[in-house]
Structure formats: C-alpha cells, structure tokens
Design a protein around this ligand. Structure first.
Ligand code: DAT
Ligand code: MG
Length: 139
C-alpha cells in the first residue's frame, strides 16, 4: 500500500450544519492523518479555478456559487491509499446513491450540496494540494 496524500474540503453546507468535527473524526478514525488544515471563504474566482475541469458542465455556475457561499474547511489527509480511502468515506457523488455509513449518505442532502470534496487520483491530489497550500504549511 502506498502512503499518499489527498485533498479534502468540507463544503459550505457541512460547515453550516456544524459537522466539521464529525467529519474530521471520521478521517482520523479511519487512520488518515491530518497533515494540513485551514478554514477559508473562497471567492467565486477561487472556486472556479479549483473546479476548472468542470467548467463546461451545466452545473458549473451552481457549483461555484455554492462553493463560495460560506466558509469551507480544507485539509490534506495522509495515509495508506489515502485517495481511495477518503473517497470510500465520502460515498457516491449523489447522496441518494451513497452507501450507508458514508459522509454523504449520513450528512448530505443533494448532489449539488454533497458536503465533501475529495481528490480522485494521486496526480490530481498533488495539483489540488498545491492550489491551496504552500509547501511550508504541510506537516
Ligand atoms: P465528486 O465530488 O464525487 O468527485 P464530480 O467530480 O463528478 O464528483 O463533480 C464535482 C462536484 O460537482 C460534485 O461534488 C457536485 C457537483 N456535481 C456533480 N454532478 C452534478 C449534477 N449532476 N448536478 C449538480 N451538481 C453536480
Ligand atoms: Mg471530483
């Protein structure tokens, strides 16, 4: 198993519902170490830059408006197979299709407001981590 890093975001709906501790505890309980952590309120432009791969999708406007609606919690999770492990903890993109016990099944309300982001590959994780964190912020 490869020790990896992945980027997690607790989206504005998760922060609004006071679920920061609940979600971070799931990561730690699953053996993922929090290697970097910060809270931020993204501008629309920062949200658009982060999700630029989805810019042609019909939901891009809705997604970036939502992501800049309020504060988010951005973290770097580290551990064996961290990318896949985090995706497993998150559950499917659509909360209605997410497995029982996952973050999205337990806490999210819709595909548009699905509470958490997680990198989908180690390569994308490296790009996403660099988007939000300076090297000196990674422990
Ligand atoms: P994931 O967040 O599971 O990696 P994704 O990368 O396909 O999913 O999409 C990024 C985000 O875009 C997703 O978390 C929520 C939003 N999104 C995806 N599909 C959507 C849809 N059909 N309607 C509204 N928002 C959508
Ligand atoms: Mg994705």
């Amino acid at each position: 198993m490869a020790v990896e890093r992945t980027l997690s975001i607790i989206k504005p709906d998760g922060v609004e519902k006071n679920k920061i501790g609940n979600i971070l505890a799931r990561f730690e309980s699953a053996g993922l170490r929090i290697a970097a952590l910060k809270m931020a309120h993204l501008s629309r432009a920062e949200a658009e830059g982060f999700y630029y791969v989805h810019k042609a999708r019909p939901f891009f406007g809705e997604l970036t408006e939502f992501m800049s609606r309020g504060p988010v919690v951005i973290s770097v999770l580290e551990g064996a197979d961290a990318v896949a492990k985090n995706r497993e903890l998150m559950g499917a993109t659509d909360p209605a299709k997410a497995a029982p016990g996952t973050i999205r099944k337990d806490l999210a309300t819709s595909v548009g407001e699905n509470t958490v982001h997680g990198s989908d590959s180690a390569e994308n994780a490296a790009w996403e981590i660099a988007y939000f964190f300076a090297g000196s912020e990674l422990t």
